[in-house]
Design a binder for this molecule. Structure first.
Ligand code: ADP
Ligand code: MG
Length: 698
């Protein structure tokens, strides 16, 4: 929380003129003292420890050495200028190199004086040197037993104005060593006691100027806790308010449609996870409040069926429903499979996509308005204002990460009372991340695949094994199975990608002479694409060559082989999605990940992960470790990941702790009205007016 001292604009700080103030604002978003003390270091160095030159290796991270500069060399070669200083201690000599700021160094370095230098060793032509080290005269610093120095991220622009890491630290000291400095506590005493948390003021002081390792650790813990805690609390608060505000339709009936389907049409037994999730949805739709739920389930876990059964509940309660998919192919496929599933129940199902003809639309719209259509399936076309329902009760959005937040919220407005919303995703993300990111949605998880599914056998196929792998594919094709070949988007240019794909297609046609091959890609007209897909679905093609347009949802149970060319160029979640196109019916399915011999280390991890596991949640954990949470599919739009100090990968245990504590608090006191939670309410309000807004997902 802010007080008047911390609220002081940054230009009033000693050492900050107008120019520096402008840069602090534009480069780091620091507007006042409060922002400055909340700019946290990314690293600490124990300045009481020194290295011997003899012990410095190329791989050493930062090192600190005391030594004398014996001599200096200046090189001026054409445009290249370089200054090399030779630093010596009693174990050896190391070169210090400057390419910039040469003049200053030359004028200030005094030979044979003792210096402390600090920097990162590099290997340069087989010799180890340190480029642009920090350097200070030993006498300037009194030696202490403990001296942890904080390091801050800076930028070129800031550095040019003297605001490198040290410069920033100096400014921070000017604030926290001021007699007026104070930080008001944000967490109630009962919480701090229970969790043995350092108070906020001490935490801020120690994060910048640690007095001991123990205090530094406690400060870090407190501030990370604080950061996660208020994100969670804010989401929970928002969710509670929304629940209170948004009344919803009460679907308390289970009627003939649901029962007839369940007893007569259901083609297989539901998995336990499906049963559990349907129950969760059902319970949620009869609370009298609007449902806003995310259904997560791995590829092939049977989300469509759950969606259908939820729609049947809505229809039993005399409401209309709609089902929105991100592509035309998918919408068509859902239309077909749902129509088949509800055969004989007497339901009216319609399809609306971008290519629905105007004349058809007219009829469709009037049937929709009359309430004649029970289920409308379609694409983005459904968002349009011309699509008007008589009484829309439930909206299902498949592959929700493909839609923007605004698009999704359009569906809310199709009724005076908001319809229930179920969004589905087959891109599993780690649970911890889901709870943070989608914290204001309720989450249902299908964590079980239908019985009898065999894991897809996955191989890393190196170039030299390509043809023996192709021969294996021929055997599968001869057994009546089908195969996908997927080519990556390599270049930014769509034309070049197409060329890459078409060349691949021609080569494959030669090799698989006796088989029929189809091709689909993003540049084709929808009708063409549909036609090709259809032939593959009907088994007229043995092989489908494509780009990642087939990535989501496409369901051809007879396909048993997925070949991914240049697999090292795909992200993990994409590989997993693509692989999910097979293993949907065949006894055994296979996935070949083709790459060159030489691939990056990250690519190796991705591919070995794919070969090791079929579990999408496990894969997403590894994906998050490799790429960082901010790069995960579906997270990019969320500012929630601009964390100041906490880390979604390394601080998961703290995140879980805060989740648990926020749950406890909001269960007993959803609107923070208890006097003990007064501080929390105040801080939430403060964060809100500060517009440090994190997310708005649903
Ligand atoms: P996703 O969750 O990826 O959308 P789908 O809903 O497309 O998965 O289901 C994948 C396949 O599994 C479909 O062919 C579907 O008919 C089948 N399926 C769904 N539920 C079951 C079940 N309980 N038992 C057997 N097969 C199922
Ligand atoms: Mg699906």
């Amino acid at each position: 929380m802010i007080n008047s001292f911390l609220d002081t604009p940054i230009e009033y700080l000693k050492g900050v003129g107008p120019a520096k103030a402008d840069l602090l604002k534009s480069e780091l978003g620091i507007y006042n003292f409060y922002d400055l003390i909340n700019y946290f270091p990314f690293r600490y160095v124990d300045k009481s420890k020194f290295h011997k030159i003899r012990d410095i290796y190329n791989e050493s991270s930062y090192v600190q050495v005391i030594g004398q500069i014996t001599h200096i060399e200046l090189v001026n070669k054409g445009r290249q200028h370089r200054l090399t200083a030779f630093l010596k201690d009693n174990t050896g000599v190391i070169e210090l190199v400057w390419f910039q700021g040469i003049k200053w160094i030359k004028e200030h370095i005094v030979k044979d004086k003792e210096y402390i230098i600090y920097g990162k060793p590099n290997n340069f032509n087989g010799k180890i040197n340190i480029a642009h080290p920090e350097i200070e005269i030993l006498l300037e610093r009194e030696k202490k037993d403990f001296e942890y120095q904080a390091f801050y991220n800076s930028t070129e622009k800031l550095k040019s104005k003297g605001l490198d890491s040290k410069g920033i630290l100096k400014l921070i000291c000017n604030v926290i060593q001021n007699t007026e400095f104070n930080v008001e506590e944000t967490l109630p005493l009962y919480l701090r006691k229970e969790l043995n948390l350092l108070n906020l003021k001490e935490s801020i002081i120690n994060i910048h100027l640690p007095k001991s390792i123990e205090l530094l650790e406690k400060a870090k813990f407190r501030l990370k806790f604080e950061e996660f805690f208020f994100i969670q609390l804010k989401i929970a608060n928002k969710k509670n308010k929304r629940k209170l505000k948004n009344t919803g339709f009460n679907f308390d009936k289970i009627g003939d449609f649901f029962n007839n389907f369940y007893y007569n049409n259901l083609p297989f037994e539901l998995t336990n996870a499906q049963k559990r999730v349907i129950k969760e949805i059902r319970t949620d739709m009869k609370t009298g409040r609007q449902m806003n739920r995310l259904l997560q389930g791995d590829v092939g876990s049977g989300k469509t069926l759950v969606a259908l059964m939820s729609m049947l509940i809505a229809i039993d309660n005399e409401f209309q429903t709609c089902f929105i998919a991100p592509t035309e192919i998918l919408a068509q496929q859902h239309y077909k499979s749902l129509t088949k599933l509800v055969d004989g129940l007497g339901l009216n199902i319609a399809l609306l996509t971008g290519s629905t003809k105007a004349s058809e639309r007219k009829n469709l719209f009037s049937y929709l308005k009359d309430g004649f259509i029970n289920i409308l399936i379609g694409t983005h076309a459904l968002f349009e204002d011309t699509v008007i329902f008589k009484n829309l009760g439930l909206v299902i959005i498949d592959e929700q990460h493909r839609f923007g937040v605004e698009q999704r919220s359009k569906m809310w407005k199709k009724n005076d009372i908001y319809p229930h919303i179920l969004v589905m995703t087959a891109t599993p993300i780690p649970r911890t991340l889901a709870m943070t990111l989608y914290g204001d949605l309720d989450v249902s998880i299908i964590d079980e695949l239908p019985k009898g599914r065999k894991p897809i056998i996955t191989w890393h196929v190196l170039e030299k094994k390509r043809y023996s792998f192709y021969n294996f594919i021929k055997e599968e094709l001869n057994n009546g199975r089908q195969a996908y070949f997927v080519f990556p988007l390599i270049k930014e240019s769509e034309k070049l990608d197409l060329k890459n794909l078409e060349e691949g297609y021609e080569t494959l046609k030669d090799y698989f002479k006796d088989y029929k091959l189809g091709i689909v890609h993003g540049q084709m007209k929808n009708a063409e694409k549909e036609a090709e897909m259809k032939k593959f679905i009907l088994g007229e093609y043995n092989i489908l060559v494509s780009t990642t347009v087939i990535e989501v949802g496409v369901d051809v149970p007879n396909a048993s082989v997925m070949v991914i060319e240049n697999a090292d160029r795909f992200g993990l979640s994409q590989l997993h999605q693509l692989r999910g196109r097979v293993g949907r019916g065949a006894d055994k399915s296979y996935c070949g990940l083709l790459t060159d011999f030489k691939i990056s280390d990250d690519a190796k991890v991705r591919i070995s992960t794919m070969c090791k596991t079929n579990n999408g949640f496990e894969i997403s954990e590894i994906d998050m470790r490799l790429r960082g949470p901010g790069e995960m599919e579906g997270t990019r739009q969320s500012g929630i990941l601009n964390l100041k100090i906490a880390d979604l990968v390394n601080d998961v245990s703290i995140l879980q702790l805060t989740q648990q504590i926020v749950n406890n608090i909001t269960q007993n006191d959803p609107f923070l009205e208890n006097i003990n939670n007064n501080l929390l309410k105040k801080e939430l309000y403060f964060l809100k007016i500060q517009r440090k807004d994190w997310s708005n997902i649903s």
